[in-house]
Design a protein around this ligand. Structure first.
Ligand code: CA
Length: 225
């Protein structure tokens, strides 16, 4: 992996779950419960490997593996509805270490900052504004996309909104599907391995840099500004 001048970007696109918020344990728990209520067993690694896909994308993938077909609209609504309900009952996810400081520092240097997430969870959307200062215009969510990650679509939408060229932008991602999506959009991709998967899941998708934690990423990036 070649190093790069981390102060050179004009816009930075942040993934949300596992990058801005330590929300993956809640997702792992609620996916497992919501599928179990429909008689389907998934293992915890599945929650991390599929992380970043839209709710429908994740559910259809599981259905295809089990039954050789997409889930119906009713099945998607039922499983995702239960997952959303369970998420509301989870304790709120804390911020990932160092990330508020990093987002502030990048903005101070005049960089545009965006969130690009497959999630539509309303509670987290509100927190993005109140805790990180991202308004609706600066959030590309599961509601804005048709395909979602790992397709490049969400990052291409962010690119268009930013008005910058792909070579002047960077992505911060923690999930293999997210890295794949960002690289397909031809954007410089910084991975942080904050989950339970081995590093190779991220490097195999072609990330340009890899950090072991958000704290380390934040420290080094702020130092380079
Ligand atoms: Ca993520």
């Amino acid at each position: 992996m070649k190093s790069i001048d981390l102060s050179r970007f004009k816009a930075v696109f942040f993934d949300m779950d596992g990058v801005l918020y330590d929300s993956m344990p809640n997702h792992e728990y609620t996916w497992t419960k919501a599928f179990a209520a429909h008689g389907i067993t998934i293992n915890e690694e599945d929650a991390y490997i599929n992380e970043g896909r839209t709710g429908r994308g994740t559910i259809c993938l599981v259905y295809n593996k089990l039954y050789g077909r997409d889930a119906t609209d009713e099945e998607v609504d039922s499983i995702y509805g239960l997952k959303t309900k369970l998420m509301k009952e989870c304790k709120t996810a804390p911020q990932m270490e160092g990330m508020r400081r990093l987002v502030d520092a990048l903005r101070e240097k005049g960089m545009k900052t965006y969130v690009v997430t497959g999630s539509k969870q309303p509670t987290l959307m509100e927190k993005l504004w109140s805790e990180y200062g991202f308004d609706k215009e600066h959030i590309v969510s599961g509601a804005d996309v048709v395909k979602g990650k790992p397709d490049p679509e969400p990052y291409l939408i962010a690119l268009k909104r930013s008005g910058e060229r792909a070579e002047d932008c960077a992505v911060v991602e923690n999930a293999p599907m997210g890295v794949k999506s960002a690289k397909a959009a031809e954007i410089y991709t910084i991975a942080v391995n904050t989950g339970k998967l081995a590093d190779h899941y991220l490097t195999d998708e072609g990330c340009d840099l890899l950090y072991p934690s958000t704290a380390k990423l934040s420290d080094e990036w702020i130092k380079a500004l």
